[in-house]
Ligand binder design. Structure first.
Ligand code: FES
Ligand code: FES
Length: 256
């Protein structure tokens, strides 16, 4: 059988498989957290919706549903993916790991414990996605220093901005594991360089010397040409002396 024949056979197999799918619901077999699951979904359903709405695994949170926040991070075959951008149908015969699998009974995962120790969350909405990424980071070999951690955690947004605490938690787990830590690379100081808290800190207030204080702006009337100022004064004076005008103006302004 030639390569071309194999290719044709592959195409035919693929075509046959696709022909069996949709547009109605399709049956899929997935492995979720080590357990085989048989589900019925439409081909348009995302992995995130499948996990949350059919399998009741609500630990994976839905933030933007557009692939920008990272709150929905899970692993597919050990690789981080955004489950809101992954169709459930593409995960057939693959191993899906969610945040629910990290703790073993009452014993939390070391990364979860580190997040608690370093207070690495406030509202906690982004935390499941942050932890799924954080656990994967040392195994990917991307936790050598703060710059690297920052770069490879970039897809996980935290609106509460606890980034320094998240980095501290990752450092702790990385150092405890002793794996993938490149001692030749000097870690950045915590909060060094770019840091949201640092950027938002207001500049110290200094009082200007009296001589350099700008003169107060003159009122608008004073800036009018002398001719207009005179005419405005005349109008005001005539309004004061003619009660009818004053009354009609008051009435008009009262209605508006
Ligand atoms: S919910 Fe998936 S990236 Fe925001
Ligand atoms: S802890 Fe609130 S969004 Fe991250």
């Amino acid at each position: 059988m030639s390569v071309k024949d194999y290719a044709n056979a592959g195409t035919a197999r693929m075509a046959a498989r696709l022909a069996m799918r949709g547009p109605g619901t399709v049956n899929l077999e997935l492995s979720v957290n080590g357990t085989a699951q048989l589900v019925s979904v439409e081909p348009r359903v995302s992995l995130l919706d499948l996990l949350r709405e059919q399998l009741d695994l609500t630990g994976t949170t839905k933030g933007c549903d557009h692939g920008t926040c990272g709150a929905c991070t899970v692993w597919v075959d050990g690789r981080r993916v955004l489950s809101c951008l992954t169709l459930a149908i593409t995960c057939e015969d693959r191993g899906i790991t969610t945040t629910e699998s990290l703790a073993k009974g009452a014993a939390v995962h070391p990364m979860q414990q580190a997040f608690i120790t370093h207070d690495a969350f406030q509202c906690g909405y982004c935390t499941p996605g942050q932890i799924m990424s954080a656990v994967a980071l040392p195994d990917e070999g991307h936790a050598s220093n703060d710059a690297e951690i920052r770069e490879w955690m970039r897809g996980n947004i935290c609106r509460c901005a606890v980034y320094p605490n998240i980095r501290a938690a990752i450092r702790q787990v990385r150092d405890a594991a002793g794996a993938h830590h490149n001692a030749a690379v000097k870690p950045l100081e915590p909060n060094a360089g770019f840091d949201l808290g640092q950027r938002l800190r207001p500049a110290p207030v200094t009082r200007l010397p009296r001589a350099t204080v700008a003169p107060r702006r003159r009122c608008r009337t004073a800036r009018r040409p002398r001719r207009l100022r005179r005419s405005a004064r005349r109008t005001a004076a005539s309004c004061r002396t003619e009660p009818g005008i004053e009354r009609s103006r008051t009435t008009t302004s009262g209605n508006t």
